[in-house]
Design a protein around this ligand. Structure first.
Ligand code: ZN
Length: 204
């Protein structure tokens, strides 16, 4: 589609209209990918820019999907979506990729919805600190849960705790860390020029 006009203000509006169209084409493509992958048992991913799918990673391992350097070079200003079979929020690696390769948005789809982190500007802190501080929060939360973990591991090793009960405790501790990471993103993303949102399936 080409829109030509000599009137500068009209050209500006025409460019804006094209920008909007590309944005909505990108979103359409992203939602189509997410509907296909959200219930996958392995991690899969796609990168979309200006309504076009630039990278399609439909083969993933259980908890990771990897990109070549050449693929990463294409990510600037693009939207990356992938699925999280665990239903958990973003990982340290997700944030590192987002900032290092200057993604416009990263999304993680799961059976009940989508997590999103997108650039919004207005940063008061350097974006490069975003993944570092996120990781630091996880480590801090991990420390807090360590004592409970080791106490129960000891009980399990001595036969005073069943395998199932030990696993339930581990799940609970992982849940604590997940909750803390989710809350940290909600509270802090804006400082680094990003917005963290959670969309529920069905638009609620
Ligand atoms: Zn991820």
């Amino acid at each position: 589609m080409t829109i030509r006009t000599k009137d500068a203000s009209k050209q500006y509006l025409a460019d804006k209209a094209i920008g909007k169209t590309k944005e909505s084409e990108t979103r359409k493509e992203i939602l189509a990918v997410e509907n296909k992958i959200r219930n996958n048992k392995t991690e899969t991913a796609a990168v979309v820019k200006d309504g076009k799918k630039l990278i399609d990673k439909s083969e993933g391992k259980a908890n990771e999907v990897s990109f070549t350097n050449a693929e990463c070079q294409k990510m600037k200003g693009a939207v990356l979506t992938h699925n999280h079979p665990s239903g958990r929020t973003f990982s340290d690696a997700d944030l590192i990729t987002t900032v290092k390769w200057d993604l416009k948005e990263i999304r993680a789809a799961h059976s009940k919805g989508v997590y999103s982190i997108k650039q919004v500007g207005g940063a008061t802190k350097s974006a490069s600190l975003f993944p570092k501080d996120f990781e630091a929060n996880r480590k801090k939360e991990l420390e807090k849960n360590n004592a409970t973990f080791f106490k129960n591991q000891d009980k399990y090793n001595k036969g005073k705790l069943s395998y199932d009960d030990f696993n339930k405790i581990i799940d609970k501790l992982n849940g604590n860390i997940e909750k803390s990471q989710d809350q940290w993103l909600m509270k802090n993303s804006k400082k680094y020029g990003y917005e963290y949102t959670k969309e529920k399936l069905g638009g609620k």
